[in-house]
Design a protein around this ligand. Structure first.
Ligand SMILES: *[C@@H]1O[C@H](CO)[C@@H](O)[C@H](O)[C@H]1NC(C)=O
Ligand SMILES: *[C@@H]1O[C@H](CO)[C@@H](O)[C@H](O)[C@H]1NC(C)=O
Ligand SMILES: *[C@@H]1O[C@H](CO)[C@@H](O)[C@H](O)[C@H]1NC(C)=O
Length: 472
């Protein structure tokens, strides 16, 4: 190959532009925003695109750095497409976030503006690299027609879960790998994971499946090297090129004790003993009905364990308009548990809570963001999957990694979890020998994962390899 960098005085990096196309749901916005930070740190200009409300949401909730202060990082807002913005329905039996569907569907209108934007960049740069969420495949499908543009798919779920989805879609064939087969046996079917409207949306995306020149995973070899290799060897997504660059959580936190911007729950955690607190949070896409809130409250109380509980309703498609419901807690309950637990109703600094030495367990819906944060902070989980990839992620945590106990059984997903199940699950994780063993395994795994992202670790090397590949 000719040595391009010497041919013209420009540095190779500045001849490339990267365009990030996120799906506008919190866990997805967040991951591509962090990837943007990493790419822009390699001196490559990055454009993060979307509707104004979702860009505002991503900026508001970013933690630990300020995207607007980075010179080669740009937000590109497209003219809004109005969408229906219903509140989440806590009483709906399926926990799939149907309220977000109108905002997801509105992204289909980005196909033309994104294409035009990339086309325009492509005349000013040697190459334009588009990194898109797999659920934005429809939007970026025309990019392939531009000679000097290429697209890479960002995977917001683990290789294990994606492998399981594809295996299901193929009708559960016999798996050639005995090791894979042993785990696949454990996964539940897809019933109840998605809504029919979402299935239509997903079908549109998979119609444009083969447009990726390679896959980027927010996962690491230390977490699932085996399944990452299978994805590549068998070209499960149509490409053998993949980079596992995750998790890239900040490992040290800037906010010190006594800082005014520090969340008060962290001050409370400072006063507890190591590994004594369970963190309870179910992410941004699901809401609990009143009856479930009550059972959960009583279960936590009876477990006699300490807790930090984030009790918020799910996000709407546009988080900046309309009312948010405030769940009621049982009469007198807050007073009874005030020595042992605290309730957070606003946006909680989840990563810092998980990284706090007093936190020893995490009751979670098992979204991949939450799993990977828990894994990298070395915290074992009590699993309570709600929808989508979560039931399979929960199997990954409890059966593959063996760093978690099951609380909500997926087979009984339409039932309210009784307080005795909550109580037993919390006790098993926080107050038993079995729980201590899981904590030990989780801590060891956490240490290995954190070393992956340090210089010379596998994720850090794969990130460098990806950058070298796109500026080639
Ligand atoms: C991967 O996910 C974690 C957990 O949410 C996030 O903090 C990190 O920034 C993500 N990394 C990338 C490269 O997207
Ligand atoms: C959900 O059900 C409760 C009664 O269990 C009712 O008070 C509430 O209004 C319902 N909420 C919605 C959004 O329908
Ligand atoms: C993607 O490519 C594979 C082979 O590489 C082919 O079997 C499949 O039909 C293609 N899918 C689409 C949606 O084009």
């Amino acid at each position: 190959m000719a040595n391009h960098s010497h041919e013209n005085g420009n540095r190779k990096e500045s001849q490339i532009a990267v365009v990030m196309v996120p799906l506008p749901a919190q866990g997805h916005l967040n991951q591509l925003l962090h990837l943007s930070r990493l790419v822009s740190a390699a001196s490559i200009p990055v454009h993060y695109v979307g509707y104004a409300t979702h860009i505002r949401q991503a900026k508001l909730r970013v933690h630990g750095w300020n995207p607007s202060a980075i010179a080669n990082f740009h937000f590109q807002e497209f003219p809004p497409t109005p969408f229906h913005n219903p509140p989440p329905d806590p009483n709906q039996s399926s926990k799939f976030p149907s309220q977000l569907l109108p905002s997801l569907s509105a992204t289909l209108h980005l196909r033309d503006p994104v294409y035009k934007f990339v086309a325009q960049l492509s005349s000013n740069f040697r190459r334009v690299v588009v990194i898109y969420d797999s659920l934005m495949s429809y939007v970026v499908q025309d990019i392939a027609s531009l000679q000097n543009a290429e697209s890479y798919c960002f995977r917001c779920i683990p290789a294990f879960t994606l492998y399981s989805f594809r295996w299901e879609a193929a009708g559960r064939p016999d798996d050639a790998s005995a090791e894979a087969a042993a785990f696949l046996k454990e996964i539940p079917g897809l019933d109840g994971c998605f809504s029919p409207e979402f299935d239509d949306f997903a079908r549109l995306q998979s119609g444009s499946r083969n447009i990726s020149s390679g896959d980027i995973y927010n996962s690491s070899r230390a977490i699932e090297g085996f399944f990452l290799d299978l994805m590549s060897e068998r070209k499960i997504t149509g490409t053998e090129k993949l980079w596992a660059v995750g998790p890239f959580n900040p490992v040290v936190f800037p906010e010190k004790k006594g800082s005014r911007s520090r969340h008060e729950c962290l001050d409370w955690l400072d006063r507890q003993s190591p590994d004594s607190v369970i963190f309870v949070s179910f992410g941004t896409t699901s809401s609990l009905c009143n009856e479930q809130v009550e059972k959960l409250a009583l279960g936590l109380e009876r477990s006699q364990q300490k807790f930090v509980w984030v009790l918020r309703d799910a996000d709407k498609g546009d988080i900046f308009t309309g009312e948010v419901r405030k769940s009621e807690l049982p009469e007198g309950w807050e007073k009874r548990v005030k020595e042992r637990g605290i309730i957070v109703r606003d946006w909680a600094p989840q990563l810092e809570i998980l990284g706090h030495p007093s936190t020893g367990g995490f009751m979670s819906h098992c979204g991949w963001n939450s799993c990977i944060e828990s894994i990298s902070m070395g915290v074992p989980m009590a699993t309570w999957p709600m929808h989508s990839d979560q039931p399979i992620n929960a199997v990954f945590v409890t059966k593959v990694l063996r760093t978690g106990v099951e609380v909500k059984e997926w087979a009984r997903r339409d039932e309210v979890v009784p307080s005795s199940t909550v109580e037993n699950g919390v006790r098993r994780l926080m107050g038993s020998e079995e729980g201590d063993e899981m904590r030990k395994r989780a801590q060891e795994l956490g240490a290995r994962v954190r070393s992956c992202v340090l210089e010379g670790g596998s994720s850090s090397k794969e990130m460098d390899a990806f950058i070298t590949h796109i500026i080639r």
